[in-house]
Design a binder for this molecule. Structure first.
Ligand code: FAD
Length: 444
């Protein structure tokens, strides 16, 4: 097991901390030993994934464990539907596995994760632990695909749980913001490998808001990016096709131009120009929305879901009821226009089906996710303040890995499974071995 004691910061650069040690265990026994030793000396422990949360979810003043040496697929058990036909597999994956590595490994086995976010640098356990989601009116977020997990708890013991075994720990740990223990393995339900046909084109916010529910259902995975200070949106609709469908990926040259040059290099330069001269932002946004023209391509699901993101930003995202979403976006547009704030970053609009994960933003209701972003060199405070006010007025629930100002007292009334989660945590970690500044704010 290697270890160091260097300072740490998250991807966005807005969270910094100085752990007392940063061990990288190579076995479950080593994870248990680190936890036992720390707990017996009153030191707190936190597991970090890829450090891509915008909240201080992974920050610690104690020991920061990384599972970068606990990666890969451990086992696969085929699953069958009610009529006995194989409908996928339950795949046990080491918790430190990065999502961008998991996609190709699963594809080789004829399998895929049913849905993914728009980015894949995260670790599996980190992504699941904050409720990471993609888009799709009929598909839910990553925690809902977890069917079992192995967790090292505060006394150093190793617990394996599922709906059948320690069901309450399983329910809580499927989205546990690192507060219950160190997850060492996760079993996720995977579906047969599938391709996605992506259709991307410019459109208008006015047209999308006229029937937002219809837009959500217009493809298996529909989303759009709205450029504030304009009526322009870029739509992305992904339709599921069988895994052996004829693939027609974006050509390498177009990929370099659209996904690397326009979406990262040129876009980064535009954001820096907006930070230097904010009054240019509306014009830059009109240019950015027009630069990405229509395109259609078909590729492996994990390649279509995720794109590279190299321009740093800050983000807040709330899940609001689908029926309220058009009103929320209209209010957000009016508030941005009234406020005089500027942002070169689009607002991202996605959808997800209800699930039954206690801390999930989609617990027992279909949701529309609305995410506001700000370039990391521009002030986000006023923008995020009024955006959050609008989200809260519509009954929104905050993403656990993205910026928000809610406290345990607020969340207890906003998140229906909150009390159930808290009672499992009180039982598993009464001394708050896995506490940090974030859990002190969002949990009692
Ligand atoms: C560029 C970018 C794009 C993003 N895109 C999306 C998106 O499309 N959809 C979406 O929903 N979110 C998105 N996010 C948010 C991101 O998915 C979440 O914040 C996620 O938690 C990050 O995963 P991570 O591995 O970096 O976890 P970290 O940020 O390192 O940790 C997150 C939490 O998980 C806990 N944790 C990590 N590993 C373990 C473990 N083994 N056991 C127990 N707890 C653990 C940590 O302690 C912490 O509480 C994005 C973020 C960025 C920066």
């Amino acid at each position: 097991m290697t270890t160091s004691s260097t300072a740490w910061q998250n991807w966005a650069g807005n969270v910094l901390c100085s752990p007392t040690g940063r061990p990288v265990p190579t076995t479950v026994a080593e994870v248990a030993e680190v936890v036992s030793v720390a707990a017996s000396s009153g030191t707190r422990v936190k597991c970090v994934g890829a450090g891509h949360s915008f909240t201080p979810a992974a920050a610690t003043d104690g020991v920061m464990i990384s599972l970068d040496d606990l990666t890969g697929i451990e086992s696969i058990v085929p699953t069958r539907d009610a009529s006995g036909i194989v409908d996928g597999a339950d795949v046990t994956v080491w918790a430190g596995t990065r999502l961008h590595r998991l996609g190709p490994l699963l594809w080789q086995l004829g399998l895929a994760q049913p849905n993914l976010g728009d980015f894949a640098e995260q670790s599996l356990a980190g992504a699941v632990s904050t409720g990471t989601h993609g888009t799709g009116y009929a598909t839910s977020g990553l925690p809902d695909t977890v069917v079992g997990l192995q967790i090292v708890t505060a006394d150093g013991s190793v617990l394996t749980c599922s709906r059948e075994s320690h069901p309450e720990v399983f329910q809580a740990a499927r989205l546990g913001i690192g507060a219950l223990g160190i997850i060492t393995k996760m079993t996720i339900h995977c579906v047969p490998a599938f391709a996605l046909r992506a259709e991307e084109h410019p459109w208008t916010l006015t047209a999308a808001l006229a029937d937002l529910g219809g837009f959500a259902r217009s493809a298996d995975h529909a989303e759009f990016f709205w450029f504030p200070h304009t009526d322009a949106i870029n739509v992305k609709r992904n339709t599921r096709l069988p895994g052996d469908a004829d693939l027609q990926p974006v050509g390498r040259v177009r990929e370099l131009i659209d996904d690397e040059f326009l979406s990262n290099e040129v876009y980064g330069a535009m954001c820096r120009a907006a930070a230097r001269r904010p009054s240019l932002t509306p014009r830059l946004n009109r240019f950015a929305s027009a630069a990405l023209t229509a395109r259609t391509y078909t590729d492996r699901s994990y390649k279509v879901f995720a794109s590279p993101r190299r321009v740093r930003f800050r983000e807040m995202e709330y899940a609001v009821p689908v029926a309220a979403a058009a009103g929320v976006l209209g209010d957000l547009r009016d508030a941005i226009n009234r406020s005089g704030i500027v942002t070169p970053f689009p607002v991202e609009v996605r959808f997800a089906a209800a699930d039954d994960v206690w801390l999930s933003t989609a617990y027992h209701r279909d949701v529309c996710y609305i995410a506001v972003h700000q370039f990391h060199l521009m002030d986000h405070t006023e923008y995020f303040r009024f955006a959050e006010e609008i989200f809260l007025a519509a009954g929104g629930r905050p993403h656990w890995g993205k910026m928000h100002t809610r406290t345990a007292t607020d969340l207890a009334t906003m998140v229906p499974g909150f009390d159930d989660f808290v009672s499992v945590r009180d039982r598993l970690d009464p001394d708050r071995v896995f506490g940090n500044e974030y859990t002190e704010r969002v949990l009692p």
